[in-house]
Design a protein around this ligand. Structure first.
Ligand SMILES: Cc1cc2nc3c(=O)[nH]c(=O)nc-3n(C[C@H](O)[C@H](O)[C@H](O)COP(=O)(O)OP(=O)(O)OC[C@H]3O[C@@H](n4cnc5c(N)ncnc54)[C@H](O)[C@@H]3O)c2cc1C
Length: 406
């Protein structure tokens, strides 16, 4: 009898896993089960081109329906898995349908973190994770003149840029002392604050929302420092939580994500996980991490598929990411966590193109490049090869990048 792989979550990682399985020779059944009613799509444009109306749903699908059909991959959309029975090797949907698997892949991703303040469920208060969220935001933005965004991370700032470009008055509230504090250096935070301010976005740092109230047709965001900010709409972007519950209830090992080994296998060898939901070891940084990034979801999807097909190839990828705001294309390679020095090349003070190279104990560990694709590629290649960079030469803007290699 033909063997069956079930993939739970019609996500980035799922779209890669199912195709890689077929390409790698899996001739059994492949079923992707996702609770969203849409084929797997690129999430990054949601806060960028999809929000600003430059792309529609068909433009952001990872693959058209025919690609799955022609590879004999069954897509079951709008279906949610409620539980896993590891002994019986079955999953059960919320409609009590029981489906058998030989191998199971969990690509359940992450969901938005809710803001624990009253008023977050009011009409015209939005979160932003899926196409339905953005369609609702777009519809409201078309009839609005002002928005408050709670959360100055990448998604909050991208949303601010998209709405500002549509002509709305936008205020961003960040509870921490600086925007992007969790993910980047103070120099980058100051840079993004300057650009947003130049573009007309009001950035308020060290300001936490304490309540949202409805006042007439508007909303009012009250802050812990007793300000009140009125706007037609409020968008909350304060991070995500991995969807680990299915795995946890099935008794799989979980940390800040589902624990997987270098082949994306969980603590049950017949169950794999890939994407935002995994807690995995990164050999380049010798540390366990959970990454929220498309390249990671794609690489882990390939890794899981290769192992299921009996052609194991351990995961060994450099983390990388990007963010688009106004005319700025930020590209990030590596992990800057724990850096003790940063060297900036380019004009971060008044310009819009530069790169920040991060070092730890004189070892190059990460690069953030804004409108500087060559610096990004140089940094990414160096990190992938494990090559170091001479900090002193790098700091001298006249030295060509290629001459900074150690
Ligand atoms: C607005 C926005 C902008 C972003 N921008 C960038 C960017 O610029 N660059 C970048 O690299 N990354 C970006 N990301 C992050 C990137 O989108 C994620 O890293 C990526 O989507 C992760 O894919 P995934 O496969 O882990 O799962 P997800 O995309 O999280 O999808 C998981 C799917 O599984 C479904 N699911 C969960 N539980 C069940 C269940 N029990 N049964 C059925 N289905 C279930 C979920 O509903 C969801 O559809 C952005 C994300 C957002 C939201």
């Amino acid at each position: 009898m033909s063997k069956s792989v079930i993939i739970v979550g019609a996500s980035h990682a799922a779209a890669q896993t199912c195709v890689s399985l077929r390409q790698g020779g899996w001739d059994g059944k492949i079923t992707v089960i996702g609770d969203e009613a849409v084929l797997p799509y690129h999430r990054p444009p949601l806060s960028k081109d999809f929000l600003s109306g430059r792309k529609e749903i068909d433009d952001i699908l990872i693959r058209p329906a025919e690609a799955y059909a022609s590879a004999n991959i069954e897509m079951r959309l709008g279906v949610r898995i409620a539980s896993i029975d590891r002994e019986a090797k079955t999953v059960t949907t919320t409609e009590a349908e029981v489906l058998a698997f030989d191998k199971l892949v969990l690509t359940t991703g992450a969901r938005i973190r809710r803001l624990p303040v009253s008023g977050q469920n009011l009409e015209n208060v939005f979160y932003l994770r899926d196409t339905a969220d953005v369609l609702a935001i777009k519809a409201k933005a078309e009839v609005s003149t002002s928005a408050v965004i709670i959360g100055g991370g990448y998604i909050g700032l991208e949303t601010a840029a998209s709405l500002r470009k549509q002509g709305l008055e936008v205020t961003v509230l960040e509870a921490m002392p600086r925007i992007l504090q969790r993910v980047t250096a103070p120099e980058l935070s100051s840079f993004y604050k300057r650009i947003h301010t130049e573009e007309g976005v009001r950035i308020l740092e060290n300001v936490a929302a304490s309540e949202i109230q409805k006042i007439g047709d508007q909303l009012s965001v009250l802050t812990k420092c007793e300000q009140s900010l009125n706007a037609d709409m409020v968008i909350i972007g304060i991070g995500v939580i991995p969807n680990i519950e299915l795995a946890k209830e099935a008794g799989l090992s979980v940390e800040n994500g589902i624990e997987v080994n270098e082949f994306c296998q969980t603590s049950d060898p017949d169950i794999y996980a890939a994407g935002d939901v995994t807690w995995h070891y990164n050999p380049i940084y010798d540390t366990h991490i959970r990454l929220e990034s498309v390249p990671n979801a794609t690489e882990q999807g390939k890794t899981a598929a290769a192992h299921i097909n009996g052609k194991p190839k351990p995961y060994n990828s450099l983390p990388w990411f990007w963010s688009d705001q106004f005319d700025l294309k930020l590209q990030i390679a590596g992990l800057s966590t724990g850096y003790d020095d940063v060297v900036i090349r380019g004009d971060i003070e008044t310009g819009r193109s530069f790169a920040a190279f991060y070092f730890k104990a004189d070892r190059f560990i990460a690069v953030d490049a804004v409108n500087a694709p060559r610096d990004f590629m140089f940094g990414k290649m160096s990190l992938t090869k494990g090559a170091n960079i001479d900090k002193v030469k790098l700091a001298d803007g006249n030295t060509a990048l290629k001459d900074t290699k150690v």
